[in-house]
Design a protein around this ligand. Structure first.
Ligand code: PEP
Length: 247
């Protein structure tokens, strides 16, 4: 019922040469048709990625967008500009932006609305820190992030949620399949409690040190619909193995 999806978050990595090489390697292999595959390079590499991926099974997303449509916002990039370029996706609320750019749930909610208005499909990231998990607050934190971003607002068409426990991002630590499934089930229940969202049809990706060796077990859980992949998405063979595990 839900199409599996694997998206690569390339973060602030790469050059035109390395992006070209990585895309060539990815495009050389056919990805399973039943999996939606996306790559999300840094803003300045989007145009290159979009033209290289044209006509292929790979779609392209950005890693952030502005809340504004246009105007005197130096350094910002509007959702409409990304859509106009050919982006299909935009990652919003990544923990690195929540922490490094003090992005609040309210700001992320505005970005979600801007993305949806521009026709971009948002990948909304949520997840608790190690301290919050140890304090038994993981569920409350994630529920707060979901409600803060989505409650009382129009729900973006094609919304994807990514559960990314902060303690698992780039650390080599991964939630166990059971821990991840428990939180994904919880997220689905929280989504079901929001008006205007078909929770059963909404894809929930897992992110946090997903590798070829652990992807199969994670993606085999009933409420895990694929992954948002950081480090391993920069290595074509690893990313392709992870995509294969989602099929
Ligand atoms: C991420 O930052 O979205 C991520 C999941 O990173 P990694 O796979 O490197 O943990």
């Amino acid at each position: 019922m839900r199409r599996p999806m694997v998206a690569g978050n390339w973060k602030m990595h790469g050059s035109r040469a390395s992006v070209g090489q990585l895309l060539d390697e990815l495009l050389r292999s056919a990805t399973p048709p039943e999996v939606d595959v996306a790559v999300c390079p840094v803003f300045v590499h989007l145009s290159q990625a979009i033209s290289t991926c044209q006509g292929s099974a790979l779609s392209v997303g950005a890693q952030d967008c502005s809340t504004h449509e246009s105007g005197a916002y130096t350094g910002d990039v509007a959702a409409r500009m990304l859509a106009d370029l050919g982006c299909e996706w935009v990652i919003l609320g990544h923990s690195e932006r929540r922490a490094g750019h003090t992005e609040s749930d309210g700001l992320i909610a505005q970005k979600l609305q801007a993305a949806a208005a521009a026709g971009l499909k948002p990948i909304l990231c949520v997840g608790e820190t190690q301290a919050e998990r140890e304090a038994g607050r993981a569920g409350a934190v994630v529920a707060g992030q979901l409600r803060g971003a989505l409650e009382g607002r129009d729900k973006p068409v094609g919304l994807v949620v990514a559960y990314e426990p902060v303690w698992a991002i780039g650390t080599g630590l991964t939630a166990t399949p059971e821990q991840a499934q428990e939180m994904h089930r919880f997220i689905r229940d929280e989504l079901a409690a929001l008006d205007g969202l078909d929770a059963a049809a909404t894809r929930i990706l897992y992110g946090g040190s997903v590798k070829p060796g652990n992807a199969g077990e994670l993606f085999g859980q009933p409420d895990i619909d694929g992954g948002l992949i950081g480090g391993a998405s920069l290595v074509a063979a690893d990313f392709l193995d992870i995509v294969a595990a989602a099929a």
